[in-house]
Design a protein around this ligand. Structure first.
Ligand SMILES: NC(=O)c1ccc[n+]([C@@H]2O[C@H](COP(=O)([O-])OP(=O)(O)OC[C@H]3O[C@@H](n4cnc5c(N)ncnc54)[C@H](OP(=O)(O)O)[C@@H]3O)[C@@H](O)[C@H]2O)c1
Length: 331
């Protein structure tokens, strides 16, 4: 293997072009070497625009390239399982976009196959690689807000494109899959526990995906989380950890990049700001890639093994079941 991780990108994803590929290029320990598309011309144009040396007219062709060590998979959610398994079969490490799969059973299969193939698998939840999330959790653990009782967390945005993959049920569209997966993961990360029971209500788009989903998750020890996700509301990506003696509010929570100062505000009674902590204008996508590169090069475990993604999908499965049935779902 080379002294750096040689990355291939599966698809000409917009998110990869706008955010992840530039961040991967800025990361130490790796280089973006190839991109593949279902269409060779699209792959060539994308490679030229992104200054990527190789392009392929099919995902298989990229997986056949012996000079690629790892693939980043920003495909529609319904394709995460198939292409992760095929990449593992080709001996490539996988950084797969969130949500890891469409359900916990798929995610567990992906994890088992990657483990068996001896390749690394991580879900591309970049926020947990940023010191903002780590500091908020440390402040919580240090007792700065007393005992944690409630987590309020939301990720909403107004989706402008009617043909977007997020509105297509057959591609794994839906607000909970697309953005609700963050507050769910955040609540699990902050509590360090798994939900025992969930409830949820949703509104559904004409195409049949949830365009607004609000849920509650009950964690051990009497901690409740209240989450919301939407494809139809203004951009909001916040969480507040509320304890017996105050709260920690993070407004720019789930995709911190250079522009965001990594701010955490401690609030007291009547939401009065008491203290502001900042953790720096770091790019969470670059930090995530560097962590992955280090694990590949050093032969160590990734910092957030994909088993976490199985547990996140378990909670997401339960929330969808609750939203569809109107019943409390026990896990
Ligand atoms: N972590 C984050 O911050 C973040 C942000 C945005 C999105 N994402 C995730 O990234 C993934 C892709 O999202 P995106 O916004 O980049 O989507 P996108 O721009 O629509 O890109 C998806 C790509 O998948 C390929 N594809 C293969 N089969 C397809 C099909 N049947 N229909 C449409 N496209 C198909 C297409 O590339 P080719 O035609 O070239 O093969 C397409 O360019 C999703 O899993 C999403 O959840 C993560």
């Amino acid at each position: 293997m080379a002294e750096f991780v040689r990355w291939g990108v599966l698809s000409t994803s917009g998110h990869a072009a706008n955010t992840v590929i530039p961040a991967m290029k800025a990361a130490s320990g790796g280089r973006v070497m190839a991109v593949a598309s279902r269409d060779a011309r699209r792959a060539r144009a994308y490679a030229a625009a992104q200054d990527i040396p190789r392009s392929y007219g099919s995902y298989e062709a990229l997986l056949d390239d012996p000079d690629i060590d790892a693939v980043y998979i920003p495909l529609p959610n319904s394709l995460h399982r198939e292409w992760t398994i095929r990449a593992a079969g080709a001996g490539k490490h996988v950084l797969c976009e969130k949500p890891l799969a469409l359900n916990a059973a798929q995610a567990a299969e992906m994890v088992a196959i990657c483990r068996q193939a001896g390749v690394k698998l991580a879900e591309a939840f970049q926020w947990r690689h940023h010191p903002q999330a780590q500091r908020a959790r440390a402040l919580l653990r240090e007792g700065t807000i007393g005992e944690l009782r409630l987590i309020e967390a939301g990720f909403t945005f107004p989706l402008a494109r009617p043909a977007d993959i997020r509105l297509r049920p057959e591609l794994g569209g839906g607000a909970l899959y697309d953005v609700g997966c963050y507050p769910v993961a955040l609540a699990r990360y902050m509590t360090g526990a798994e939900p025992l029971a969930v409830t949820a209500q949703a509104t559904w788009s004409e195409s049949g995906v949830d365009d607004l989903l609000v849920g509650t998750l009950a964690f051990p020890g009497g901690v409740l989380a209240h989450i919301n996700s939407s494809l139809r509301l203004p951009l909001r990506r916040y969480y507040e950890l509320i304890g017996t003696e105050g709260s920690l509010l993070v407004n720019l929570a789930y995709n911190p990049k250079e522009g965001a100062p990594g701010e955490i505000v401690r609030r007291g009674d009547d939401r009065r700001p008491l203290e502001t902590y900042t953790t720096g204008r770091l790019n969470s996508y670059t930090l995530m890639t560097e962590d992955f590169n280090r694990a590949v090069l050093d032969g160590t475990e990734v910092p957030f093994p994909a088993e976490d993604g199985v547990l996140n999908m378990r909670a997401i499965d339960a929330l969808y079941e609750a939203a569809r049935s109107g019943k409390t779902v026990k896990l």
